[in-house]
Design a protein. Sequence first.
Length: 274
Amino acid sequence: MKRLFTFLSCMLLTFLVVAAPALAGDYLIGDGDVLSISVWGVENLSSDVVVRPDGKISIPAAGDVEASGLSPTQLGKELEKKLSALVKKPLVTVTVNTVTNNRVYVSGGGVPAEVVQLPGRTSLFKFLCRFGDLTGADLKRAWLMRDGKRVPVAMDALFVDGDLSQDLVLQPEDILFIPPNEINKVYVVGAVKEPKFIIYRPGLKVLDAILEAGGFSDYADRSRVDVLRSNSARLGDKANAIEVNIKDLIDNRRFDLNLALKPGDYVTVKESMF
């Protein structure tokens, strides 16, 4: 149900992103952005400018003006102050024509590493939606870094549980580290139809894992299933394995034998000798 909610939310947000303007009013201007400056009624003061590497722009009659880090509205107000000595009650509109600084960086191995140029104001939830299925990513261990410091945000609660209190707006140069879901996997091997790993979820039990691996093969010994904990000595170490008799569990309704699994468990179904 939670993943269905996330899927539907992502679909809705995708529609809204397509339908919405490219940039919201609180976008922060950055170096390299191309701006259109329009002074109402004074055409010769209107122009297109590029934000220099020092974060400033040059405007006729206003000189150098700090632009980087301001929203278009804030910059417009600043330009109105600068031009008030020349123009009576100037009305300045700033439009961002081209965005070049709105980059965020993604690494960690849970999703493809890339540098993403955001089209405008983008929330973390919207950004995570772009990756689609995130079952291969460990969002519990994911983190966001901004200005060299980790930002406290629970991506798992946001994306899986739909806790929008964890949502935030991404900023230029943010770094997202999303590791793979290795420690949250359960491995099912041996005499099953589809040996595989399963992403651990609370309440997962040994019979669930076997069924998700296609069930027993024709040569399986249902009375000989070993579960090896990831903190045990090594795979195949009989002394550290937990033996589960699935045949007894099913035939005699011994549901107490249906062992609750833990992240990193190996479930090994032995083959019958006959």
